[in-house]
Design a binder for this molecule. Sequence first.
Ligand SMILES: Nc1ncnc2c1ncn2[C@@H]1O[C@H](COP(=O)(O)OP(=O)(O)OP(=O)(O)O)[C@@H](O)[C@H]1O
Ligand code: SF4
Ligand SMILES: [Mg+2]
Length: 328
Amino acid sequence: MDIKDPILEVDSLNTHIFLKEGVARVVNGVSFQIARGGVLGLVGESGSGKSMTALSILGVVPFPGEVVSGEVKLNGRDLLSISSDELRKIRGNEISIIFQDAVASLNPVLSVGDQMVEGITVHLDATKRDAEKMSLHLLGQVGLPDPERIMRGYPFQLSGGMAQRVMMAMAVALSPRVLIADEPTSNLDVTLQAELLYRLRMLRQEYDTAVLLITHDMGVVAGTADAVAVMYAGSLVEYSGTRTIFERPAHPYTWALLQAVPRLDSPFSTLRPLTGSPPDPMEMPVECPFLPRCPKASSKCRTSPMPPLVEFEEGHKVACYNPIEPQR
Ligand SMILES: Nc1ncnc2c1ncn2[C@@H]1O[C@H](COP(=O)(O)OP(=O)(O)OP(=O)(O)O)[C@@H](O)[C@H]1O
Ligand code: SF4
Ligand SMILES: [Mg+2]
């Protein structure tokens, strides 16, 4: 899956949360790359470490969490080794995020217009008036009706869906090279979901922005992402082009996730639905973290350390001792 001249490279990222009770290993050796203008879907069930990965990339893991090792390169520059001032400049400007909880991540005491204008004037050499014009245009672009009214309003007056659109407008205001969209559709109804994903694609076309699309929904990545990284218990367990993931999923966990996606020709109907839960990040096992839930577990899985993410076929990586062979 090595991409020539990627815009974002994440290499062996490890993030821990240092709690009184112990260390929670929430991101474990995650590596991936995103092409310029490409979309990588990061999928996995709740608690698998998707948001922590996003926060680690941006260098904003909240205390007592910390990126303990790894590299994050944006356009060749390592974000984890630069000063916090430099990083602040890059955030918003070259890389930005639509947070999972959009309402909470907006400033409650500033009107939507004021915070958009402030964000734009801080990073761009723009007058207040130009920033206002730009904000109105952007709010319209993300499909918000009556942008003037939205600008005058405060975050608490927005629905979850509207807040996510506002965040999207703010996130693309500076035409970043990379946009991280954390579950931008999770609390929206299906029509809004589809529209927002459509807007995301348009914005990507217009600005050639690369997107890290975080979701627990395989259906969302199917229509949007070029490549997919499947995360389980803080690690990537499968990583490949989107088509390959859907046509030839090799990791038992990916198979289980795909069962939830309704399709007419589903080859997955023989597999039992996923039961049990992932391991506690404070008590991460040495062996495969999917072992207790895995229908394909063998004695090798029980006696070996966690399988590394290795090339299974060209451009298709899997972390499993018994990957599901493609049915040709
Ligand atoms: N402040 C914290 N203290 C302790 N553990 C935390 C803290 N924040 C997150 N975690 C743990 O880190 C792990 C990864 O959380 P993360 O929010 O990245 O999951 P996620 O994949 O984004 O889930 P979701 O789909 O629900 O958003 C989880 O096990 C979570 O319980
Ligand atoms: S390594 Fe073994 S337990 Fe883990 S996913 Fe593969 S088959 Fe299942
Ligand atoms: Mg999350």
